[in-house]
Design a protein around this ligand. Structure first.
Ligand code: VG1
Ligand code: CO
Length: 542
């Protein structure tokens, strides 16, 4: 079958952000928009004759995009394509399939935690042979190609059947529709002590998992309910829906409020967790406690030897720059390496590949290990279950004991969403201009030790990422960080990250907003958030 050559002209807005190309569905629905980006992948990556993995989080436009990409992959000479049944593959499961089956890479269709539906968002991301999000050099090449593209290749074929597990040929390409859960479930069984978790769940432990009508439903049902024996109904909202049931598939205190309520009070559940649109994020709750993602990373690292692959300990850990320094304290105690990387999972890839780190995480509800090259929502949930199965302690006690031992890093993120782009950029530019004068001055009753715009040199390949967020570091360990989001699709999103350190184990546990009140006020004083954005308060506080 001869490929069809379709003339096209470039779009000027196909620069991938923190996690791939993310735009409103209606942007992706423009003729040639998806095709241009996909052809830019084929033009820059050596995929002819290779095997590619393809799937998405099931959101609106997922199926149509898969049909388009399959035709183009065949027309571009891809030899074999593995597609999740129904077009479904969670982000960590895609990473798992790429690695286990040694394929050349994969394409993930998702806008993660952004809402879906005709008025929602869509996204596309290319992952390389290590299973991880393409590093900056690769996304840069794809973007550069998208600026000069003048044609793409496709086939004139009817839609293929995605809902049945079967194999067929499309043009000259072999297509295998695979079980999206099987490879991943096997991998999880190797990471954790399933026997111990089974015993925990059989012993009256009460839990809930909220899949938020997104991609993790089938994974959580198979692993938690069928393999680990959690009662049917443990997985809530387990049916992936194109519009996520109208919800916001973002597992945090604001968007998973119903789940949070289930854990409150003396009758509250022992444990609850949720995941996001594409299954890479996690939220961990115990009775009357929310475990911040930064604390979660620190606690898992401190207890790494309970997990079967890490009985002998872990080589190191990493966190994204805005993530709290709780894990740094654990690493220092364990005498292992701790790396600080820019926001976005792609920056962990080289460290994981080189075996320098075992666990890594981001404050944005992302936690993971070297078992794949993406953050992994269910992995974090199973890690907590494994830990609880060994420690047999309420989550709240376990977390408090950690704080007593290592100190507590109060932490919060304030998001100002869809603000005027020029206003947000002006705020950052003003602040950046004043950075050289800030060190040594006082703010919020503290002395500023260092103020800079974070830049990172990858210790493995030497690549440099600049302007990754403005950091104000205080002498007492507190921090204020300002960043503009690279995943928003409307205007700009300003993220303000706040952290302070309490090392007195007898100090009263406070509400983080209260503990951070001085820093919150100082951040506004310093950056003029209200003045620049016209906003009185953040849209989302986590
Ligand atoms: C956000 C988070 C970041 C995360 C990224 C992708 O990026 O802050 O930590 O890696 O989303 O997560 P930004 O640029 O908007 O701050 V996912 O679950 O959307 O792939
Ligand atoms: Co996600």
């Amino acid at each position: 079958m001869q490929p069809i050559r379709v003339q096209t002209t470039p779009f000027d807005d196909q620069k991938p952000g923190t996690s791939g190309l993310r735009k409103q569905v209606r942007v992706f629905q423009q003729p040639h928009y998806l095709e241009n980006f996909v052809q830019s992948i084929f033009d820059t990556q050596a995929l002819a004759g290779a095997t590619l993995v393809l799937g998405g989080d099931g959101r609106y436009h997922n199926r149509q995009a898969i049909q388009t990409i399959l035709r183009m992959a065949a027309a571009n000479g891809v030899a074999r394509c593995l597609v999740g049944q129904g077009g479904i593959l969670s982000t960590p499961a895609t990473s798992c399939v790429i690695r286990r089956r040694r394929t050349a890479g994969g394409i993930i269709l998702s806008a993660s935690h952004n809402p879906g539906g005709p008025d929602g968002d869509f996204g596309i991301k290319f992952n390389t042979a290590n299973g991880g999000p393409a590093p900056e050099g690769v996304t840069g090449a794809i973007y550069a190609r998208s600026r000069e593209i003048d044609h793409y290749l496709t086939l004139d074929t009817p839609d293929v059947e995605l809902d049945r597990i079967h194999q067929f040929t499309l043009g000259g390409m072999r297509v295998e529709i695979i079980d999206p859960v099987a490879d991943y479930a096997e991998l999880m069984a190797a990471q954790f002590d399933f026997e111990a978790i089974r015993a925990l769940l059989a012993g009256g432990f009460r839990m809930a998992f909220d899949a938020m009508h997104a991609v993790t439903g089938p994974y959580a049902r198979r692993i938690l309910e069928q393999q680990l024996g959690a009662p049917e109904g443990t997985v809530r909202n387990g049916e992936p829906l194109e519009d996520f049931g109208g919800g916001h598939p973002d597992p945090n205190l604001a968007h998973a409020a119903e789940l949070v309520a289930l854990t409150r009070g003396p009758e509250g559940l022992d444990f609850a967790a949720a995941s996001d649109g594409d299954g890479d994020r996690n939220m961990i709750l115990g009775r009357d406690i929310f475990v911040t993602p930064s604390d979660s990373l620190a606690i898992l690292a401190a207890n790494a030897t309970v997990f079967p692959p890490w009985r002998e300990g872990i080589p190191g850990v990493a966190r994204s720059m805005p993530t709290s320094q709780a894990v740094d304290r654990v690493a220092a105690r364990l005498g292992i390496a701790c790396y600080e990387t820019p926001t976005g999972w792609k920056f962990f890839g080289n460290l994981l590949d080189a075996g320098r780190i075992a666990f890594c995480g981001e404050e944005s509800f992302g936690t993971g290990s070297s078992h794949v090259r993406e953050k992994d929502g269910l992995w974090a949930v199973l890690a907590w279950l494994n830990l609880l199965a060994v420690r047999r302690q309420p989550v709240r006690e376990l977390v408090r004991a950690h704080w007593a031992e290592y100190g507590r890093n109060y932490y919060s993120r304030h998001d100002y969403e869809a603000v005027d782009k020029a206003a947000a950029e002006a705020l950052m530019a003003d602040l950046r201009a004043r950075l050289p004068d800030l060190a040594g001055t006082r703010l919020a009753g503290r002395v500023i030790r260092l103020a800079d715009d974070f830049s990172y040199t990858d210790p493995i390949d030497g690549s440099v990422a600049e302007r990754q967020g403005i950091r104000i570091l205080f002498e007492d360990g507190a921090r204020i960080v300002f960043r503009l989001s690279g995943t928003g699709t409307v205007g700009a999103t300003l993220r303000l990250y706040l952290e302070s350190l309490e090392t007195d184990p007898t100090a009263q546990c406070q509400d983080p907003q209260q503990a951070l009140a001085e820093l919150i006020a100082a951040a506004d004083e310093l950056a003029g958030i209200r003045r620049h954005t016209g906003r009185e308060r953040p849209d989302v506080i986590t």
